[in-house]
Ligand binder design. Structure first.
Ligand code: NAI
Ligand code: MG
Length: 354
């Protein structure tokens, strides 16, 4: 039996409610499979911590996290602290220092959920987005000159390295190989005549190692339309940091509620812990009412189990979650129900086979 050390960072707002709820489900899955256990350590890092101490995390916080197998995060951000402080004080340092260069986002319409597309069913919407998470358009290079004058200049430079591009593309081919063996590469090489031409070349180079995977390049604008009109033709999608950011929000919308999408920030080499989180934020408008949907966090937990290698437990929890959603009886308000956070989590735990 393997014991995994999990760092918990519930963070702010509903993060404090969904993390314990999801953990109950994961622990139940551990009990049932009997193949692993989770030992958790909770860190109080959050906006509240910032207000108290002047920092989002301990000065040696990254060092403290290094020895964990995974990080399970709720949400950070609260109206009393500017968002750039909470983001740059906690989430981004973790993603960057731990070289979590893959941002993994399953986009799947669950049976029983009414998505926003009139004639699309769960069979049509099942994609896996792989977003580059460390460089590209979000590398932070640039500057401003003659600020506030008529001669003002602002530059924001995207940086694409061969190492950074190749490793994300290779990761995507590997995932495509495990699924429908089709890969969509998101590009814009008509207008971005250096970075995206380079991106396309790397995709073509890497594709030689994956003759069994069919890869198609789509311009990002056409790809966004395709996600709405022909989502059934998409399976694994690989995109740069900016394009992936935008397209995954569109994808999240296709899932029918912000209470569902989950994401993983992954260091595939396992040199550092990976971090799993719901996509939504701290939802200050509903926090403290036990009404947040815990499913996004449970889904993030499923991704964490997969990455830890506990694939049986991961698929058991996924099926349990799908049964609860399809049953339609125990749902939170965002999905049209009236159940609480704890009731939904309990229903998923109870739906696990004993
Ligand atoms: P949000 O995701 O917190 O909320 C947007 C809307 O969705 C709200 O109406 C909220 O009630 C609803 N919602 C969110 N999660 C839900 C859930 N699990 N169940 C039911 N309804 C849910 O985004 P918002 O309001 O823009 O941001 C609030 C704070 O969260 C900000 O400080 C922001 O910076 C932070 N944030 C943090 C993120 C993170 O930690 N990764 C991601 C997004 C926002
Ligand atoms: Mg985003």
């Amino acid at each position: 039996m393997h014991n995994y050390r999990i760092a918990l960072i519930p963070g702010d707002g509903v993060g404090q409610e969904v993390i314990p709820a999801a953990l109950r489900v994961l622990n139940r899955a551990a009990e049932i499979t009997g193949t692993f256990s989770l030992s958790t350590h909770e860190f109080p890092w959050s906006c509240e911590f910032y207000v108290r101490t002047g920092a989002m995390m301990d000065a040696d916080g990254l060092k403290k996290l290094t020895d964990f197998d995974s990080i399970f995060l709720g949400a950070v951000g609260y109206p009393n602290v500017p968002d750039h402080i909470s983001l740059w004080g906690l989430l981004l340092p973790i993603r960057q220092s731990f070289d979590q260069y893959v941002n993994l986002r399953p986009i799947k319409l669950l049976p029983g959920i009414k998505g926003p597309l009139r004639d699309k069913s769960p069979a049509d919407i099942d994609m896996l987005f792989i977003r580059e998470n460390t460089e590209g358009e979000y590398c932070g290079h640039g500057g401003r000159l003659h600020v506030g004058t008529p001669d003002e200049v602002a530059t924001q430079t995207a940086v694409f390295t061969r190492k950074g591009t190749e490793r994300i593309v290779r990761y995507a081919f590997d995932r495509a190989r495990e699924r429908r063996k089709i890969l969509a590469s998101c590009t814009k090489s008509n207008a971005l005549n250096y970075s995206m031409v380079f991106w396309d070349e790397v995709v073509a180079d890497v594709s030689h190692d994956y003759p069994d995977v069919e890869v198609t390049s789509y311009l990002v604008d056409a790809l966004s339309a395709r996600m709405i009109l022909r989502p059934d033709t998409l399976d694994v999608v690989v995109a740069s940091n900016l394009f992936g950011d935008i397209l995954t929000d569109l994808g999240g919308a296709l899932q029918g509620s912000l209470g569902l999408p989950a994401s993983g920030n992954i260091n595939p080499e396992r040199r550092y812990p990976s971090m799993f989180e719901p996509v939504h934020g701290s939802a200050p408008d509903i926090s403290g009412t036990n009404s947040a949907n815990p499913l996004a966090t449970i889904w993030a937990g499923i991704m964490m189990l997969e990455q830890l290698g506990e694939t049986e437990a991961a698929s058991l929890v996924m099926s349990a979650m799908e049964r609860v959603v399809a049953g339609g009886k125990t749902l939170t308000a965002d999905l049209g129900g009236s159940s609480t956070t704890s009731e939904v989590a309990q229903a998923v735990a109870d739906a696990l086979p004993v």
